[in-house]
Design a protein around this ligand. Structure first.
Ligand SMILES: [Zn+2]
Length: 272
């Protein structure tokens, strides 16, 4: 079974896609390499990464959700913002991932339970806003963007002028459960993220096409404004058992009817 594929985005950045299509990013400096996220947790990620680099690799988890933490068990040095510890504790177990994936991805039933990677057993090292990792002539700066989860972090790859938005801001931002912010709080995070805008040229993400034009951030801020001022389309949808409102109406392929990229699904009961 082919668990991973990859493509080089720059000399220093490689996008790895796992078997469910989730993207992870390997960033290589002159001295070491950083793996941003570890995907859904099938296949030996470390062996695959070693086919791409011979440098020592450490892991940064952008947040605690199951589709980002699944392959962390293969590595010795793993960072995550401790505000996501409770999310991580729930999402990293084989039990949780198995049941969630059976519901969301029926075809994954072909992967036997024994092939699910176990959770990472070591201590998670603290990851915080403003933290900078020096990989050798290549620096990654972490930016806290609470919203999707409270410990959600974006990664600015400084010299490359790339930013990994992860699940913090995208085509379909989920503010869907107890660990998510309401829309007003989330908007504050995005306005702060915008202060970094002159330091990157490319936005990369973990799902779908894996990339977006720079307008994405403004478009998602506009979505917040539409929800807050009562002009959102508010289409009712269901995700992982939660009833949510989708800010902007979409066509069958989840593209916005107005052609712009960026959307928010939020839970009405949380208030705005
Ligand atoms: Zn997530």
């Amino acid at each position: 079974m082919v668990y991973f594929t990859s493509e080089k985005l720059t000399n220093r950045i490689t996008r790895i896609r796992d078997i469910l299509g989730t993207c992870l990013y390997l960033v290589e400096g002159d001295e070491k390499a950083c793996l941003l996220d570890t995907g859904d947790g099938y296949g030996n990620l470390k062996e695959y990464v070693e086919t791409l680099t011979h440098k020592p690799v450490f892991v940064v988890l952008t947040h605690g959700h199951l589709d980002h933490v699944g392959g962390a068990c293969f590595f010795d040095e793993v960072y995550m913002n401790s505000k996501d510890q409770a999310v991580y504790d729930e999402h990293s177990t084989v039990e949780f991932r198995y049941h969630r994936n059976q519901e969301k991805w029926p075809n994954i039933a072909e992967i036997p339970r024994e092939e699910y990677n176990p959770p990472y057993e070591g201590e998670l090292r603290e990851l915080h806003d403003g933290q900078i990792f020096d990989l050798g002539h290549c620096h990654i700066e972490m930016i806290g963007v609470p919203g999707h989860t409270q410990g959600m972090m974006c990664a600015l790859i400084q010299e490359e002028r790339y930013i990994v938005f992860g699940d913090a801001c995208g085509v379909f931002v989920l503010l869907h459960n107890d660990q998510s912010s309401n829309v007003s709080e989330y908007r504050k995070s995005l306005v702060r993220l915008k202060t970094y805008e002159d330091r990157y040229d490319y936005i990369i993400r973990n799902h779908g096409t894996g990339q977006s034009p720079k307008e994405l951030l403004d478009n998602v801020i506009e979505c917040c404004d539409a929800i807050l001022n009562g002009t959102a389309d508010n289409v009712e949808i269901e995700f992982a058992g939660e009833k949510l409102l989708l800010c902007k109406a979409v066509d069958g392929k989840n593209g916005r009817l107005d052609g712009k990229e960026g959307n928010i699904a939020y839970k009405k009961e949380k208030g705005i």
